[in-house]
Design a protein around this ligand. Structure first.
Ligand code: AMP
Ligand code: GLY
Length: 423
């Protein structure tokens, strides 16, 4: 099977590592890829926002399966364009990807499917914004404000703040830019990322993971795309995955099928384990980054066969997933200035070591690795338990060099120390 992966981050590098481990995969390409994927997969230039270009590349390269990593091509219709050429594609249609592309669409689907999520108020103008914030304050006095850009915003669309003026400023900025805004009830409790592979009917959940969204230790600083992750979650309540499958994942997939917009690919449920039970924070229509970097190293089932079964409607006949014992930790090494204004073009050394996944790298004219994005590396390790995986991951971080880089030193630490409580 010839597999073409679309994307250029550490998620795609992790996908390439797992796919190259699958004996059923005879050829692997990653477009556009990065300096790390080149070691495993053929690199080809592509504009990931161009569905027709992706489909043409898939046909030219004679792909048997295309795996679309990021949300931008999915929302733009890349999976539809690939399937129109008669090529199997792991990833939802543009319509189904609206589960990620529009937060209000996701809210409608969840309401119809009876899926528990935060109460929300769609806002079209300045007066409505103030009214919605008043309503939130009336229902939960003193809780932080949650104001979201309704559309795709590359991780920058959500503001959670104790300061009403900051909440108003964010909502106003999104409205002024022509966007739509959603005000939400605040959800307390730890967050969980649970991925499920689905063919539109059958749903196979993966192991739960947690990512660290804030830039700095102790969950301080601005939100980022994710500064690190670990899996599994030793503190997760018994039966969590079964509960989320029954109350969130399967009802959502069933509701999408009922609407005639079946969702196939990877359904990512971002969850909060609140004092009132499990609530969906958001859906994504793709593998999470950096959670994929810790979930896939634990998967013993060959990835290519699994993704092909999902892409071809054959998951019902797929054997149950098998998992390796132990745990995995990934630490993101970020460029100076990330997330606001990352500096790129700096030399990166030590990045060909084991477990070092490339997030934002490129080769320069001399063939040396240079930073090419805000998140530069995702340094990953597995171990017998979380403490061992964490220790090994940080040992590996010490072996890479990028001038003025920053990373969190506390990834998975609260879990190792037993400090995470579900309210
Ligand atoms: P989203 O883009 O919807 O995933 O939001 C980004 C992050 O903002 C989430 O991972 C949470 O950490 C936080 N967040 C989003 N919605 C809420 C909410 N209703 N209550 C508390 N935190 C939230
Ligand atoms: N780790 C967050 C995301 O992939 O959206």
């Amino acid at each position: 099977m010839r597999v073409l992966v679309i994307g250029s981050g550490a998620r795609e590098h992790a996908l390439c590592v797992a796919l190259s481990d699958d004996q059923a995969v005879s050829a692997l390409a990653c477009a556009p890829g990065n300096a790390g994927t080149r070691a495993l997969a053929e690199a080809m230039p592509i504009d990931v926002a161009d569905p027709a270009g992706i489909a043409a590349l898939a046909a030219d390269w004679r792909a048997d399966l295309v795996v679309v990593g990021p949300e931008v091509p999915l929302v733009a219709g890349a999976a539809d364009a690939v399937r129109d050429r008669g090529i199997a594609c792991f990833g939802p249609s543009a319509e189904a990807a609206q589960l990620e592309g529009s937060k209000s669409f996701a809210k409608h689907v969840m309401a119809a499917a009876g899926v528990p999520t935060a109460r929300s108020w769609p806002v079209g103008g300045a007066a409505e914004l103030e009214t919605a914030l008043d309503e939130v304050a009336r229902l939960a006095p003193g809780a932080p404000w949650v104001v979201k850009d309704d559309g795709l915003a590359a991780g920058k669309g959500v503001v959670v703040t104790p300061d009403r003026a900051v909440a108003v400023a964010h909502g106003t900025a999104v409205l002024d830019a022509g966007g739509a805004v959603l005000v939400e009830e605040y959800l307390d409790g730890p967050e969980v990322s649970l991925f499920a592979v689905t063919d539109g009917t059958t749903v196979l959940p993966l192991v739960p993971a947690q990512d660290a969204k804030r830039r700095d230790d102790g969950d301080a600083g601005p939100n980022t795309g994710g500064m690190g992750a670990y899996a599994p979650l030793p503190w997760a309540p018994q039966g969590l995955v079964e509960e989320v499958l029954a109350t969130v994942l399967q009802p959502t997939v069933d509701e999408m099928a009922r609407r005639g917009e079946p969702f196939s690919g990877l359904l990512y449920a971002g969850l909060a384990l609140t004092s009132r039970g499990v609530r969906v924070v958001e859906f994504n229509a793709r593998f999470g980054d950096p959670e994929t970097q810790v979930v896939l190293p634990l998967l013993a089932t060959p990835l290519g066969g699994l993704l092909r079964a999902a892409a071809t409607g054959a998951l019902a006949g797929h054997p149950p997933l098998r998992w390796r014992p132990g745990a995995a930790v990934t630490v993101v090494v970020a460029a100076p200035g990330y997330p606001e204004r990352p500096r790129t073009g700096d030399p990166v050394t030590g990045a060909d070591a084991e477990g070092v996944l490339h997030a934002g790298t490129a080769l320069d004219a001399a063939g040396a690795v240079r930073s090419a994005g805000g998140r530069v590396l995702a340094v990953t390790a597995v171990g017998a338990d979380l403490a061992a995986a964490r220790q090994r991951a940080y040992e590996r971080v010490a072996g890479v060099r990028l001038a003025d880089a920053h990373w969190r030193t506390d990834i998975a630490l609260a879990a190792v120390e037993g400090r995470i409580r579900v309210p």
